[in-house]
Write a protein that binds this ligand. Structure first.
Ligand code: DGT
Ligand code: CA
Ligand code: CA
Ligand code: ZN
Length: 598
């Protein structure tokens, strides 16, 4: 196990112990142990364990040291497994409700004998929760709202998590001897920020073995449907997946149909009809006059003569060509004008993950990150990046261990020294994620900001401001000459909370007018600014930076989610700042800083 995975286990243990009502000192020992572990570098951890020196680290005693060693070597911890088994699963589920921590859950259990979410819902409805010490009517209300949210959001899944499940399935399908082609379709293929269910389209010579393989996948909890050409399953995580198997001649049509979106499909079908053709998941055939829907489907259905009745279409590209269109990448198929666009011109090449030369807005252990500056830089180097921008939190974000002026300037010195040492091929830019204070001022004085290479300005508090106040606040921060980029514009957390209210159009106008970059925060929970705004804004000159907002080395890979959203937003390489080489980026930042000094 990596140190961050071990740290996760330690803090889970802390939470579970607290849930059990254990001694607070014991609970705190695990939490501070997790933090102490994060401050150690991976290689150092291996050395400490090998030399049996872990217990000498401040915050890690003998008992904790042993557990860390066991996790590091075996990836398992007997103590943790037993602890998990000793707790009612319903209590653990309650942790997902915002505002409910282990202490409150413990109280609900002890005083009202509540053991799961349905029981909690009932107790709230009866008003029994409000009567408890330390709860009250407001808290009860908040818990109920949290339960309702959980139900509403629970039906969808983050693109990132869905992709993690889908990728090995596609690989597995392709490896089956009966399978000629296999792809993910649906909202996942379109790169939508959240996904309802997975859709797989397979071209195969034989159906049964493929279906058998699919329904036996690890983690399948239930087979919800099984037919001659398809199957549906539900995984333990709640995610569902549809599989459809077609003969190879139909693959392009099925893939296009089940990629959607529905709106895109409807418009494509209308376009086909206007050309005297009938488009369906089975094929593209002449539409013979008016007829009932049933008759049309019957005509369009496979038919041995499908190839003789029209041109053989083996790929989506050929399908678009047959309808007089240039190829439309799946990400753009939302029925938002892409067909008219592809009728006139070849669509631009959209930005790709491989185009990135580096990334800004990343955290380290100096604030709330889980890897050190050197570890983050090594990870960026391993990705082949020319540069890495560090942007830890500023002092007002005390909940995120934000840096004081003194700590920030010490980090700047550390970064300059690291660059001079040439230990890594990747250049590090010294920045900060500077809080935008409630009135729109920045969290640091100008002379401190002037010592940095770049500044990401973000809102982290006073979310409840009304739209006019919030918009004025953000515009004021954009107008500050030191601001290089605007961070996560709306502050939304997908499937968890709505963003704060802000007039995004005005923020975009201000950014363009002041030559400020807006980030596309690539954290799979954020993807903020939303893809729906980008194309129009970029055409008007707004520059985008795809920022991973990484809090650990693995978080740098989230740029893939950001690139996905950028592609949905129709962005090209030229419109994304961090595709530029180091020399150009350095010059651009230097020019901005010179202007700020004037
Ligand atoms: P999701 O799963 O809710 O995130 O969204 P999708 O787009 O993956 O939708 P899904 O899984 O229900 O169906 C996959 C695609 O199949 C969808 O994007 C378009 C196509 N499709 C499904 N049902 C219909 C329909 O009733 N009419 C049309 N035109 N297309 C459909
Ligand atoms: Ca789907
Ligand atoms: Ca589906
Ligand atoms: Zn932030």
């Amino acid at each position: 196990m990596t140190k961050n995975e071990i740290a996760d286990v330690l803090s889970d243990i802390g939470t579970l112990l607290e849930l059990k009502g254990e001694n607070p000192f014991k609970v705190r020992a695990y939490q501070s142990g997790a933090r102490a572990l994060e401050a150690i570098e991976e290689a150092e951890l291996a050395r400490l364990i090998a030399n049996d020196e872990l217990q000498s680290v401040k915050g890690i005693g003998e008992a904790l040291g042993q557990k860390i060693g066991e996790l590091h070597c075996t990836g398992r911890l007997e103590f943790f497994e037993k602890l998990k088994a000793s707790i009612e699963p319903g209590l653990v589920d309650m942790l997902q409700i915002p505002g409910l921590g282990p202490k409150k859950i413990r109280a609900l259990h002890d005083k009202l004998s509540i053991t799961d979410i349905p029981g909690l819902t009932q107790a709230c409805t009866d008003g029994r929760v409000a009567e408890l010490d330390g709860f009250g009517a407001k808290t009860q209300e908040k818990i109920l709202a949290g339960i309702r949210n959980r139900e509403a959001y629970g039906r969808r899944h983050l693109w990132w998590h869905a992709a993690e499940v889908a990728e090995p399935i596609v690989q597995g399908l392709r490896a089956l001897p009966q399978v000629k082609r296999a792809e993910s379709a649906g909202s996942l293929r379109r790169g939508l920020e959240t996904v309802g269910d997975l859709d797989f389209i397979v071209a195969a010579t034989e159906v049964t073995p493929v279906v058998d393989w699919f329904v036996a996948l690890p983690g399948v909890k239930e087979v919800t449907a099984r037919g001659d050409t398809k199957a549906s399953v539900r995984f333990e995580s709640g995610l569902q997946a549809d599989l459809r198997i077609v003969p190879d001649e139909q693959f392009a049509f099925a893939l296009h149909h089940f990629t959607g979106s529905k709106d895109h499909n409807v418009q494509m079908r209308q376009r086909a009809l206007a050309r005297g053709l009938s488009l369906s998941e089975w094929g593209l055939v002449p539409a013979e006059g008016e007829g009932t829907v049933k008759a049309k489907v019957a005509r369009a259905k496979p038919a041995a003569d499908a190839s003789s009745s029209g041109p053989a279409i083996a790929s989506e590209r050929e399908l678009f060509t047959a309808l007089g269109l240039h190829f439309i990448p799946p990400e753009l198929r939302e029925g938002l004008g892409e067909i008219e666009w592809a009728e006139k011109v070849e669509l631009p090449r959209l930005v790709e993950t491989g185009d990135l030369r580096g990334a800004f807005h990343n955290h380290t252990t100096a604030s709330d990150g889980r890897n050190t500056l050197a570890e983050m830089t090594a990870a960026a180097e391993a990705l082949g990046w020319e540069y890495l921008g560090i942007a830890d939190h500023s002092k007002s974000s005390f909940q995120a261990n934000g840096l004081s002026e003194e700590r920030l300037l010490r980090q700047v010195a550390e970064i300059r020294a690291l660059n001079e040492s040439r230990r890594f091929k990747t250049h590090v830019f010294a920045g900060v994620e500077c809080d935008i204070l409630a009135d729109g001022r920045l969290d640091f004085a100008d002379d401190v900001l002037a010592r940095l290479d770049y500044i990401v300005a973000s809102v982290h508090n006073a979310f409840a401001q009304d739209e006019a106040t919030m918009t004025a606040r953000i515009v004021r921060a954009i107008e500050h000459p030191a601001t290089t980029m605007l961070g996560h514009v709306t502050g939304r957390l997908l499937l968890r909370r709505e963003g704060y209210k802000v007039d995004v159009g005005r923020a975009i106008d201000a950014a363009i007018a002041n030559n400020v970059i807006i980030e596309l925060n690539a954290s799979p929970w954020r993807l903020d600014l939303d893809w729906r705004h980008w194309r129009k804004a970029a055409e008007r000159g707004l520059l985008c930076s795809v920022n991973p907002d990484a809090h650990e080395t693995a978080g740098l890979e989230h740029v893939r989610a950001g690139i996905n959203a950028a592609r949905k937003g129709g962005l090209t390489r030229e419109q994304v700042f961090n595709t530029r080489p180091l020399r150009e980026v350095t010059a651009w930042l230097e020019q901005r800083r010179a202007k700020a000094r004037r």
